[in-house]
Design a protein around this ligand. Structure first.
Ligand SMILES: [Zn+2]
Length: 549
């Protein structure tokens, strides 16, 4: 006699027991069939695979309910098994989707939502909460005039937050107050406030960050957090002013933007390998030029290059005009903090004899000379400079140092970067590269398919906006790096002032990665699109042309 034959009759004899079992299965089927299947489709989480897991789990659950003799044991165990796959799916999808799309049962989220509802009930439309220098800012009462400043500050910040902007620049003058926020480097404008409302809103934000709202001239820095639908976002606020205008630079989640591991900066494996040569004691000397245009990821790259060196075995000093983040194990020195100008400060750092120096925001001849002169037996110095192109970076360095032999004798390597937007993997569209591309000299034979940006998804006969990138088709940015590593012969060409010959030689010696090649590698890997790389490469050229005029 099988267990089934022995126990099933007892099991099904009571009328309410099977009813309970059926009820649990109906609840499960509703959840999986109407919610989870669509959710998995929306986020490309392989709905067919997950549905079969769910069905498998249900089979085991049913078996448990049928075969475990005692109903009071079999029913709870069966129910737990039934919903276990659902819970596993929940955990899995939360790790795969952006933070704002995660399902959370945390008290924090619920409390925020409850408070938001309460606020709406009272006739206000407060959607953000602020956690500032003096703790959480209370929402002013309906009759309190301060509520307007609160709501106007929200107006300035909300669209930036919803669209996951990294930076917001607010400008206030006699004409009014408006913000420009940047999503993956692309600017968008906020609503305009009247000058009077702008003064109040800017004052509110400055006070929140713990800076002095009455001081409109001095450059001030502070921090606060915004609690919104997508979670909690740390904010760095820098206030500055000039005659007639006042500006706030607001950076969202700055640490995340700046602290990037070297292998996530966008450097290609062979470029990283070449840079890692300078980790060895014998090669840890000379200057490495690191450049980009403004707002193109220079600070992040400088930090990750410096931090790729062991900060416990090496004495590392970072000299900066402005401190952005504190790196563990690195001594940060801010120019002017203990007096003196850039070259004086660099001199002090050099005297301390560190193994590695980051000399950021360098733009004067005396400092460049000092760095160059410390030579090939001095420390390894990463010199960070803004420049409009690779060529511009090299000629800027040469003209700052002045003497060509001095400029290039101790120069080890040059890296120049541009940022491209990464294509959203949730909605990108694959296509076969056409022969036209081959005619343009692209090695299309290397790849099966390329991707273009989508922004939309088809979920069960319905076209919806992609929830991950909010319809833009792109998500985040990554660097495309042009690099050159100098040998004796390449140096000779540079000292002779012939960059073109130096680059041609570097190419032959495989010491050069051109921007086009680095960009193509990102396109071929499906990280970005041809359109995006074309846009970025073109904007660099346009700047160059404009400069020549
Ligand atoms: Zn998308």
């Amino acid at each position: 006699m099988s267990l089934l034959a022995e126990f099933t009759p007892v099991y099904f004899m009571s009328p309410w027991k099977p009813f309970l079992v059926v009820a649990v299965f109906i609840a499960w089927a509703w959840l999986v069939g109407t919610k989870l299947d669509k959710d998995a489709a929306k986020f490309h989480l392989d709905p067919v695979k997950w549905n079969s897991y769910q069905l498998g789990g249900a089979g085991v659950a049913l078996a448990a309910m049928l075969f475990i003799p005692n109903f009071y044991i079999s029913f709870p165990i069966g129910s737990v098994i039934l919903f276990t796959t659902t819970m596993i799916y929940w955990k899995y999808r939360n790790e795969e989707v952006p933070e704002s799309e995660q399902f959370q049962l945390k008290a924090d989220g619920l409390r925020a939502r409850a408070e938001q509802r309460k606020a709406m009930k009272a006739g206000r439309s407060v959607t953000l909460k602020f956690d500032g220098a003096k703790g959480e800012a209370a929402v002013p009462d309906k009759t309190d005039e301060k509520l307007l400043a609160y709501l106007d500050a929200e107006t300035l910040l909300s669209s930036a937050l919803v669209n996951r902007a990294t930076r917001l620049e607010i400008r206030l003058n006699s004409k009014g107050c408006q913000g420009v926020y940047f999503v993956d480097g692309i600017p968008s404008k906020t609503d305009v406030l009247s000058p009077k409302d702008g003064v109040a809103a800017v004052g509110f934000l400055k006070e929140l960050a713990g800076t002095d709202p009455t001081d409109v001239r001095k450059k001030q820095h502070g921090t606060f957090s915004v609690i919104h639908e997508g979670g909690r976002t740390p904010v760095d606020l820098t206030a500055s002013g000039s005659t007639g205008s006042h500006s706030l630079k607001i950076e969202f989640d700055r640490e995340k933007q700046i602290r990037i591991p070297l292998d996530s900066t966008g450097l290609l494996p062979k470029q990283i390998e070449a840079l890692e040569v300078y980790h060895q004691d014998v090669h840890r000397h000379g200057v490495i030029l690191v450049g980009s245009a403004k707002q193109q990821g220079l600070t992040a790259t400088c930090y990750s290059l410096v931090h790729s060196h062991d900060s416990y075995l090496n004495n590392i000093v970072a000299l900066e005009k402005e401190n952005t983040e504190t790196l563990e194990g690195v001594t940060h020195q801010i120019v002017g903090e203990d007096g003196g100008d850039y070259p004086t400060n660099l001199q002090t750092v050099l005297r301390r004899d560190p193994e590695i120096i980051l000399s950021a925001d360098m733009d004067d001849g005396a400092s460049a000379s000092l760095a160059a002169k410390s030579g090939l037996d001095g420390p390894l110095i990463f010199v960070g400079m803004n420049a409009s192109s690779f060529r511009d970076l090299v000629s800027k360095w040469a003209s700052l140092v002045g003497e060509p032999r001095e400029a290039f004798n101790s120069l080890q390597a040059i890296t120049y970067q541009r940022l491209v937007r990464k294509v959203c993997e949730n909605c990108r569209i694959a296509y076969k590269p056409s022969d036209d591309l081959a005619k343009q000299g692209l090695p299309i034979k290397e790849v099966e398919q390329l991707y273009r940006a989508g922004g939309q998804l088809q979920v069960k006969n319905k076209v919806v906006e992609c929830p991950v990138c909010k319809g833009s088709g792109y998500l985040g940015q990554i660097g495309v790096f042009e690099t050159m590593f100098l040998t004796k012969d390449i140096r000779k060409q540079l000292i002779a002032g012939d960059l073109k010959a130096a680059m041609a030689l570097a190419r032959r010696e495989q010491k050069l990665v051109r921007l086009q090649d680095a960009g193509w590698a990102k396109v071929a890997a499906g990280t970005t699109t041809l359109e995006e790389f074309g846009r970025v490469a073109k904007s660099g050229q346009a700047k160059k042309k404009a400069k020549k005029k």
